[in-house]
Design a protein around this ligand. Structure first.
Ligand SMILES: *Cc1c(COP(=O)(O)O)cnc(C)c1O
Length: 453
């Protein structure tokens, strides 16, 4: 590999097909900003203000103050969530929907209140449309199993993008093997966002389902979900949105987007691990078969057959993650207290700062679109530095500087293959990160690079 002088930000690379491509046109795949949507100004100090709510951030790692930039893998938890968990286990731990005693009634109320908080957070219509799962992965598998098996047959097509997370690919591969359905993958444009013209052309009468991420965990690109939903619905197909990287960072309204299914994980939005959710349109969920069988999900059980409860119970077999769902509810309260639009605006600025500073480093290659007035990019950057393995970068950043970033394929191996690399380093921000932390990271990265050269 040889170095290429940087003309456009972050295309100064290195076995990249499209060096020198023009950015003059704004492709359809880019989410447009509406300037009228800008509300009250976001304090530039948001990160500083909220940090005190996150005890884990205030520690030394390998002799340096921790700089946590692995938020796309999982987020940290504020005191409000920690105490909701503690309060549940300490004061009213009990099983839900079963006992008539005081603690069980209290646990049931709080668990159902948490569901109501998710309903409001994503603007679902009714609580029956929100199913608690173990995580987003389980939610996707639920749809593949319960909707996919009875709605797909040989030759039916599922349209996805090459940038999907493994969780949004593998369940459909398994389903395709069982049913004979066919997976079709949309590639990327020169700007490294999923190609929306290609997707529009690929969605046909054969399409039964479109599976898309809302925000890419590797490229940082944002898909125009509402437009894609229109194309899909025009041919009678359903849309499943992997919203793991959007729900924690921006306002997501399932009714506005008019999606059929949407999934997210609690642990990426300040909530505990062990819980996630599926949004499904009421009319779809009510017709779907169960996923797992057992307690909670039944109406009546006889020795030779059973009848099933209505959604959401039909899809929540066994004792759920009660305290964790309640913790998710506390996370939603916390995020709503700050305001998702504020979080989004703050992160947009910080993400741009990260991107621009990274791009000023010679020999670096940052994947995904260049942010601009018209192009929104999530506050994460996956990158490679000429002649240095990303794992070496991540290791030195951790050991020498206390900076936590990820290295690997970020559960997006097909995307990395498409980009012509096996791995990348990824710095991903949340609203508790600050400009000063980005400065520390950039300085540490520069020192790491010079260490190797
Ligand atoms: C994290 C993530 C997932 C999987 O989430 P789990 O919590 O591991 O189930 C799926 N898609 C995207 C885009 C993600 O970032």
């Amino acid at each position: 590999m040889e170095g290429v002088a940087m003309k456009l930000p972050c295309l100064n690379v290195l076995n990249h097909k499209h060096v020198g491509q023009s950015f003059a046109t704004v492709p359809l795949g880019f989410r447009r900003f509406s300037s009228s949507a800008i509300a009250a100004p976001v304090p530039a100090s948001l990160g500083h203000v909220v940090r005190r709510d996150f005890p884990i951030l205030h520690q030394e790692v390998n002799g340096s103050s921790l700089v946590y930039m692995d938020n796309a893998a999982t987020s940290q938890k504020p005191n409000a969530v920690l105490s909701a968990l503690q309060n549940y286990y300490q004061n009213y731990n009990s099983n839900v929907h079963r006992g008539i005693h005081f603690l069980s009634a209290k646990a049931t109320d709080e668990y159902e209140l948490a569901r109501k908080k998710v309903v409001d957070f994503v603007n679902a219509s009714v609580p029956q449309e929100i199913v608690f799962t173990r995580n987003a992965t389980e939610a996707i598998n639920l749809v593949a199993h319960s909707w996919g098996r009875s709605n797909l047959k040989s030759g039916d097509e599922i349209v996805l993008t090459v940038a999907e997370h493994h969780s949004a690919i593998v369940p459909w591969q398994i389903l395709a093997q069982e049913t004979g359905a066919v997976l079709k993958f949309v590639g990327l444009t020169e700007e490294e966002v999923p190609d929306m013209e290609e997707m529009k052309g690929m969605i046909s009468k054969k399409t039964k389902l479109v599976v898309i991420h809302h925000v890419s965990n590797t490229l940082g690109s944002v898909l125009p979900v509402d437009e894609i939903t229109l194309w899909a619905h025009n041919v009678g197909a359903k849309v499943l949105v992997d919203a793991c990287q959007s729900v924690p960072h921006m306002v997501v309204d399932v009714q506005n987007l008019n999606v059929d299914f949407l999934v997210a994980s609690s642990h990426k939005m300040c909530g505990p691990t062990g819980v996630g959710f599926l949004y499904g349109k009421g009319e779809l969920l009510s017709k779907m078969d169960p996923f797992l069988g057992g307690g909670e999900m039944i109406a009546d059980v006889f020795l030779d057959h059973s009848t099933y409860a209505d959604p959401p119970s039909r899809f929540e077999a066994g004792t759920p993650a009660i305290g964790e769902a309640i913790g998710l509810g506390a996370a939603i309260d916390y995020l709503s207290g700050i305001g998702m639009q504020h979080i989004h605006d703050y992160e947009t600025e910080l993400g741009k700062y990260l991107y621009e500073n990274l791009c000023s480093i010679p020999g670096i290659r940052v994947y995904g679109p260049m942010p601009s007035q018209t192009v929104h990019r999530a506050a994460l950057c996956s990158f490679n530095v000429e002649n240095i393995h990303p794992t070496d970068i991540a290791t030195i950043l951790d050991q020498q500087h206390g900076v936590a970033i990820r290295s690997g394929h970020h559960c997006a191996q097909p995307l990395h293959r498409y980009l012509g690399v096996s791995a990348s380093a990824r710095a991903s921000l949340y609203f508790y990160n600050t400009k000063e932390e980005v400065d520390i990271f950039i300085q540490a990265l520069k020192e790491t690079i010079s260490f190797f050269s």
